[in-house]
Design a protein around this ligand. Sequence first.
Ligand code: G1P
Length: 294
Amino acid sequence: MKTVRKAVLPVAGLGTRVLPGGKTTPKNLLNVFDRPILAYVVAEARAAGIEHVVMVMGRGQGAIEDYFDRHVELESHLEARGKTDLLETLHAELPRPGEMSFVRQMAPLGLGHAVWCAREVIGDEPFAVILPDMLMDANPPALAQAIAAYEAVGGNVVVVEPAPPGEAHKYGIVALGEPAPGFAGRLNRMTGMVEKPPPGTEPSNLFISGRYILQPDIFAILSAQEAGAGGEIQLTDAMAKLMTVQSFHALQYDGSTYDCGDKLGLLRATVAFALKDPELGGQARAAVAALLKG
Ligand code: G1P
């Protein structure tokens, strides 16, 4: 079985749900507590053993490349003032040279198209897809849990979780078959999936929540994939085709998800990470309590 070494992060979305915040700052660079959403997600990928991250970008997102590069002027400023802790924090966020690639999705044609744009960098090996909007706080990291499931059952694995009541039609929804041994009922063979099913037709309430392990065969399918729900080339539609010839398993991971493509999700994530911060957590708790008291 081939190891999962590379991850695709589609970051090109326009971020309409977080406007005006995401107008000039790419939405995945918006802060959750003290760092951009993307910093958490890239850290998750690295902690899961990913060696190479491919960002699929849109126009005007150069700040993402800059975030994952040295900032020489800032570094010499910090150095001159002896702020070594901050310098180390900045350096810890950086990929090693050559560990990150940036490709352009030239038109917003959908998630399937975004993933397809990474095909040359991925090549002929299984890979991960991380939807950066979906911040997953878990130990071990959500992607590590997905990779462990992949290493147990092979094929393709997607992370799923229950959709909020009445909202399943907004997502990719899966149908489950028998459980795989050894995962306490949290890893099941998938028997179907559908992108944004009309309300009332959902095969379950479990939605595809943003971590995937896929075989490279998906790219040939994506090359010919036509637009589906919302007029977009959907990754779910291509996966459904791949499922006719390869196995798919759905993993209900152990952790908390924050949809940071949404204002309230961003708020929840910021509060949650602030409360957990080793240095400022206590003060954050007092600040939130005071606000709630009015
Ligand atoms: C995308 C996927 C969908 C998934 C969702 C999770 O949809 O197409 O299958 O459930 O992300 O957020 P989008 O949010 O781009 O409409």
